[in-house]
Design a protein around this ligand. Structure first.
Ligand code: UDP
Length: 327
């Protein structure tokens, strides 16, 4: 079986990607320093502990496994933190990715699937964003990911490093079979925080801002099921292997839901009340981020079939209540 090097394979999206890769006939080799990931989420292939900036360690791992491609998830991804400590984002995300790309080129491993974000687009009210929309990030997280996209283009021109860039919208849900799921410490994402508030792990959800220019005053996001998302990554890998060349794809559903709509859906699915405290806006938050994913559907044949609020929150809720979810 062909090896694929998965940076961040111990994290939320990376661990699901490893499961999808194994199901598609690849061996996922997780490269992760466990700064935000969990070793017990590495269930589908070998684990190599290492930092992206560790040149010697990366060279040794490339030499040992001879991967046919890299899937690059390892990154810090909290918008709020990126506003208070931008240096962390430029160092971890940008310098780390540069080191990885240089190692991939040294090893002659020239297909790379990159986890980017809709946060690279910034605040563009009332537009459905497509891959040609201008990128004006309003937080350091989005800026760091845009910088990596630029590096990938330069590395392709100079070194032939082919890439598929996926710009995600809001990833949610868990493995429908319950083997892996979402667990961050600290948790900052809306759906797991709502579920924590429902089952008493936290006192209440703080709703960040009720005065946005949206129908109910709360931010609108496009939520995509993590399993749909990782299936797109396997399609991206196959796209590169087929020699179709570098490409950018948005991954979302084209439907936006407000924070209040997500809270109401979670209450309905769990049949429990959600304690909510209304708070001020969170710095760095865009009003509305909704994807046009026509390109991924048309060119990759991707169908976000599981990405209904009901399935995303339902799978997350089952994971949340399972013995796997950490107390
Ligand atoms: N949000 C919220 N309370 C929280 C966490 C998030 O109101 O405790 C809101 C946040 O302001 C945004 C949406 O939920 O409008 C999604 O935030 P999340 O952090 O999950 O993802 P992001 O859009 O920042 O990638």
């Amino acid at each position: 079986m062909s090896n694929v090097l998965v940076t961040g394979g111990a994290g939320y999206i990376g661990s699901h990607a490893c499961k999808a890769l194994l199901a598609a006939g690849y061996t996922p080799v997780t490269y992760d320093n466990l700064c935000t990931g969990w070793q017990d989420a590495v269930k589908f292939g070998p684990f190599e502990n290492g930092a992206l900036t560790d040149r010697a360690r990366l060279d040794a791992v490339f030499a040992a496994y001879q991967p046919v491609a890299v899937m690059h998830f390892a990154a810090l991804s909290q918008v709020g933190e990126s506003m208070t400590d931008p240096g962390l984002y430029w160092h971890n995300n940008v310098a780390g990715s540069l080191s990885l790309m240089q190692a991939a080129v040294r090893a002659g491993c020239l297909d790379l699937v990159f986890s980017s974000t809709c946060a690279t687009y910034g605040d563009q009210d009332n537009v459905v964003l497509d891959e040609t929309s201008p990128q004006h990030p309003i937080n350091a997280y989005g800026a760091s990911k845009r910088a990596i996209e630029d590096m990938l283009r330069d590395f392709e021109a100079a070194h032939g490093l082919r890439h598929v860039i996926f710009r995600y919208f809001n990833v949610a849900g868990a493995d429908p079979e319950g083997e892996v799921g979402e667990f961050h410490r600290p948790e900052t994402h809306l759906i797991p925080l709502i579920l924590d508030a429902i089952d008493g792990r936290r006192a209440a959800l703080t709703l960040f801002g009720t005065d946005y220019d949206t129908p109910d005053g709360t931010c609108i996001r496009d939520y995509v099921h993590v399993w749909d998302l990782v299936e797109a990554h396997v399609l991206g890998l196959q796209w590169l292997a087929a020699g179709k060349g570098s490409r950018v794809f948005n991954l979302g559903t084209g439907s936006g839901f407000s924070v209040r709509e997500v809270i109401d859906a979670a209450a309905a699915i769990s049949q429990r009340a959600v304690p909510v405290i209304e708070g001020p806006r969170r710095p760095g938050d865009c009003t509305r981020l909704v994807s046009g994913s026509v390109r991924a559907e048309r060119e990759l044949g991707w169908r976000p079939a599981r990405s209904t609020l009901e399935r995303m929150i339902g799978d997350a809720w089952r994971w949340h209540q399972s013995g796997h979810y950490r107390k």
